[in-house]
Design a protein. Structure first.
Length: 238
């Protein structure tokens, strides 16, 4: 059912033919969250990678047989000092990717804490998936079977990837997209527990507004000692 992406987001969000879904990726620092998103969107990675400061986001349109969906992918910093920001950005998530580094046992051991934080801040039917990254490195500290066992014990989906080589990246996001396609949207939109305090629906973010950008800027300004950080909405060819 997945066809692929050939164009970027219409930033106005005005098209009624596009369904919008929010994906948040979380996990310890240096597990590869930013490179996973970059590999999926650009089919490459930035060799001059710098750790995410606070929160950032990318968007990608995916064309299916019968519709187009827009993935609004929120990238969260793994540093301890930014963890207080994460609940705000988990709100309204349709999917959360809990990521660990298969070569770093401590990042795997942290999954339980991350999962608790996620479940405390999302609705119960948010799609959660465990992702073991850096499978291209020949120094595993966590066996694939351990990752699968953790996922099964917590009733989660599981995937493994290498953001460096691209292995498993499309498979990861195809699982997410296929899950979105299985969601009976009309039924979910009639559910009271999908409503936020402001009356908006959890099922899909209707547009990525200037207010969203303002919030990110203010949060980064607060966390970075008053220094304003630029927040960019990714555009095709950049």
């Amino acid at each position: 059912m997945f066809i692929g992406d050939t164009s970027m987001v219409n930033e106005s969000g005005a098209s009624s033919n596009i369904e919008n879904y929010k994906i948040a990726i979380i996990g310890n620092q240096h597990v590869g969250k930013t490179t996973i998103l970059s590999r999926y969107k650009y089919e490459t990675v930035d060799e001059n990678y710098a750790p995410t400061v606070g929160i950032d986001f990318l968007t990608k349109n995916v064309f299916l047989e019968d519709k187009t969906i827009r993935l609004i992918m929120w990238d969260t910093a793994g540093q301890e000092r930014f963890k207080a920001l994460i609940p705000s950005y988990l709100k309204n998530s349709n999917c959360v990717i809990l990521t660990y580094d298969v070569t770093d046992r401590s990042s795997f051991n942290s999954l339980g804490k991350w999962l608790t934080d996620v479940r405390d801040n999302v609705v119960k039917d948010t799609f959660l998936i465990i992702c073991g990254n850096k499978i291209d490195l020949n120094k595993r500290a966590v066996l694939k079977e351990e990752g699968i066992k953790f996922a099964k014990e917590n009733q989660l989906e599981y995937a493994e990837t290498s953001a460096t080589t691209g292995e498993g990246i499309n498979e990861l996001f195809n699982k997410i997209i296929n899950k979105f396609c299985d969601i009976p949207i009309p039924n979910r939109e009639n559910r009271d527990d999908d409503l936020d305090d402001d009356g908006s629906k959890n099922i899909a973010i209707k547009s990525l507004t200037k207010e969203d950008e303002k919030i990110v800027i203010e949060e980064k300004k607060h966390c970075c000692g008053g220094k304003r950080q630029n927040v960019k909405v990714s555009k095709k060819g950049k």
